[in-house]
Write a protein that binds this ligand. Structure first.
Ligand code: FES
Length: 163
């Protein structure tokens, strides 16, 4: 049986959040660097992670939510209507994400960190989508796609924009 396209699995996202939380849980004031790292890796801090973070830092989920909403840099949802996130972390780079990263701005007509002139989508780099075994990984909106090549990228974005 051939490998299927990677489908986003919330369990993988939980693993990413847990790894980061455990790394910072013993640090004084570790919640803020933890939140920054979660956002850097996932593109935002999902609401589903609040409980996990609260447990790691011995806080309530409401306290974690309070910190996230107090700092305007933190997002609890992808930054634009449709975030297109290309994984640039090591496992995906090893199987071809560098090509995606190099050509995505030209293919999609937008630079990293910017929103397309149409306002339809925003292009972002992320560092692990929890789908490492099926890289190169790209998240379009809420869906993580695996084994994405450059030829497929535009189609996935168009599909996501129409959804
Ligand atoms: S390294 Fe790309 S999904 Fe983990």
């Amino acid at each position: 049986m051939g490998a299927s396209k990677g489908v986003y699995c919330p369990g993988n996202m939980n693993d990413v959040v847990l790894d980061i939380a455990l790394k910072h849980a013993g640090e004084m004031g570790g919640l803020l660097p933890c939140l920054h790292e979660v956002q850097e890796r996932l593109g935002y801090i999902p609401a589903q992670a609040h409980g996990q973070l609260a447990e790691a830092f011995s806080l309530s989920a409401a306290e974690v939510h309070g910190v996230i909403s107090f700092y305007h840099d933190f997002r609890d949802a992808p930054a634009s209507k449709l975030a297109v996130q290309i994984c640039c972390a090591e496992a995906c780079q090893a199987v071809g994400s560098r090509e995606l990263e190099s050509h995505a701005p030209q293919t999609l007509g937008v630079d990293f960190g910017e929103t397309h002139a149409s306002g339809a989508y925003r292009l972002e780099r992320v560092y692990c989508l929890g789908n490492c075994a099926c890289g190169p990984s790209v998240r379009v909106g809420d869906v993580v796609h695996g084994r994405v090549n450059l030829a497929e990228l535009s189609g996935l974005v168009a599909q996501g924009a129409d959804a």
